[in-house]
Design a protein around this ligand. Structure first.
Ligand SMILES: Nc1ncnc2c1ncn2[C@@H]1O[C@H](COP(=O)(O)OS(=O)(=O)O)[C@@H](OP(=O)(O)O)[C@H]1O
Ligand SMILES: Nc1ncnc2c1ncn2[C@@H]1O[C@H](COP(=O)(O)OP(=O)(O)O)[C@@H](O)[C@H]1O
Length: 397
């Protein structure tokens, strides 16, 4: 019997750790029952891996991160490193100067190469003194140059301490092919911890020092509200047109610059917000209105929301515009206008073939209409643009 399991982003990191050999086996809850095999999909139902009946874990092509510096095969750990090193530096957050000095001293005596390992989570939650994995990778590269050319490695790493409890230091050292791993943060002095923790209040304290409480309130709230008009990027287009791929790459680019982004991806929404809805016109309109409402709430408070459903009907999209503009936020409607033939040829999930065979009724583009937007702010065709080019065009909005 074949089971199908939808993995969380953390589970996908765990799966990747097993494939790289850092984790010896899948945690119990991800293993198939005796005699069964299991297919893993991501939240969008794309197969990303499987475990056969013999318990062997395999990856699918789609496991790779979409278009991100963290997915660069030059740096991402996919198998134990072949080059041996004496020291690997575990770089989980940016280091303060004293810690950088300590690392410099420690590696000075080591024979090259030194490895700098950057743990990167698929759903990084970034606190004070921490950095998004893309920003951390950039910093690691600068540190590597400073250390005379260390080798930078990105390690898939689930978010939260309990998620990687199964990783033994010895297995990690073996995957990095290093005699020793040094973790400057594990040795971080308590006064540095305290100073970093206080960074978030530093602005308020500096304001309080030079203003009266009344004036300080005005200065602080104005500062907090600056650049705070919310924005919703709403991608619409056929299944397989590239909405998710471009929306995710765009979200990653915004996050890497320190923005917080709420991503409402089509398939993912249907697992949660719109669970139980089908693909009749009525259900699709309900789905789109819910997405528009959730996005407008995010934007109302100055946030950035990115949604990527098919949204085939003009009436549903008009409702979204009404909700977002009613929340005093901006809507950017992005029509991913990739020709049907290209979407059908991609057929990542095999749905077009099924729709053609009459197995899926009401399939957009085949047996259900897609009303082309007349009010799109941006139109992109991913048959003619690379993902990076498409992202750049959306950014220019
Ligand atoms: N009948 C039918 N028509 C279109 N799509 C179908 C259908 N049945 C299932 N799917 C899968 O559902 C995804 C589209 O869901 P959406 O919520 O984006 O659709 S809609 O906006 O409510 O029309 C869509 O995902 P994407 O390929 O990511 O667009 C399909 O995988
Ligand atoms: N330039 C491109 N932009 C976006 N996707 C592309 C591009 N070229 C190829 N693709 C592929 O097309 C598929 C688009 O799928 P997806 O982003 O899930 O579409 P949608 O969310 O619209 O259903 C992915 O497999 C992606 O890798």
């Amino acid at each position: 019997m074949t089971e199908t399991r939808v993995l969380s982003p953390d589970d996908v990191d765990v799966l990747e750790l097993v494939l790289t050999g850092v984790l010896p086996e899948l945690p119990e809850e991800l293993r198939p029952g005796a005699g069964s095999d299991v297919v893993f999909t991501d939240a969008e139902n794309t197969p990303i891996g499987r475990v056969d009946t013999a318990g062997v874990v395999h990856s699918e092509k789609a496991l790779a991160l979409p278009q991100s510096p963290l997915a660069d095969p030059e740096v991402r750990l996919t198998a134990p490193l072949s080059t041996h090193s004496e020291v690997a530096v575990w770089l989980s957050v940016p280091l303060v100067k004293a810690e950088e000095d300590a690392v410099r001293q420690r590696v000075a005596g080591a024979a090259p190469p030194v490895v700098i390992a950057v743990p990167a989570s698929r759903h990084a939650v970034v606190g004070i003194g921490e950095a998004h994995p893309i920003a951390l990778l950039e910093y690691a590269r600068a540190l590597a140059t400073d250390l005379g050319g260390a080798q930078v490695v990105v390690v898939p790493w689930p978010n939260g301490p309990e998620a990687y409890a199964g990783v033994s230091p010895a297995a990690l050292a073996s995957a990095l092919n290093a005699d020793e791993i040094i973790d400057p943060i594990a040795q971080r002095a308590s006064d540095i911890h305290e100073k970093v923790a206080q960074l978030g209040d530093a602005f308020a304290r500096a304001v309080a020092e030079i203003y009266s409480p009344e004036a300080a309130r005005a200065v602080t709230t104005s500062h907090a509200n600056a650049h705070r008009r919310g924005k919703v990027y709403f991608f619409t287009g056929l299944s397989g047109s590239g909405k998710s791929t471009v929306a995710k790459a765009f979200a990653t680019a915004l996050e890497a610059e320190g923005n917080t982004v709420s991503l409402l991806d089509g398939d993912e929404v249907r697992h949660h917000l719109s669970k139980g809805l089908g693909f009749s016109r009525e259900d699709r309109e309900t789905n789109i209105e819910r997405i528009g409402y959730a996005a407008s709430l995010v934007a109302k408070h100055g946030g950035i929301a990115i949604a990527a459903p098919i949204a085939p009907f003009a009436s549903g999209r008009a409702k979204v515009r009404e909700l977002v503009e009613g929340a005093d936020a901006d809507l950017v409607l992005v029509w991913v206008n990739t020709p049907l033939e290209v979407c059908e040829e991609r057929d990542r999930k095999g749905l077009y073939a099924k729709a053609r065979a009459g197995e899926i009724p009401d399939f957009t583009g085949i047996s259900s209409p897609y009303e082309e937007p007349e009010d799109a702010d941006i139109v992109i065709n991913t048959a003619e643009l690379s993902i990076d080019e498409a992202v750049e065009i959306v950014r220019s909005a």
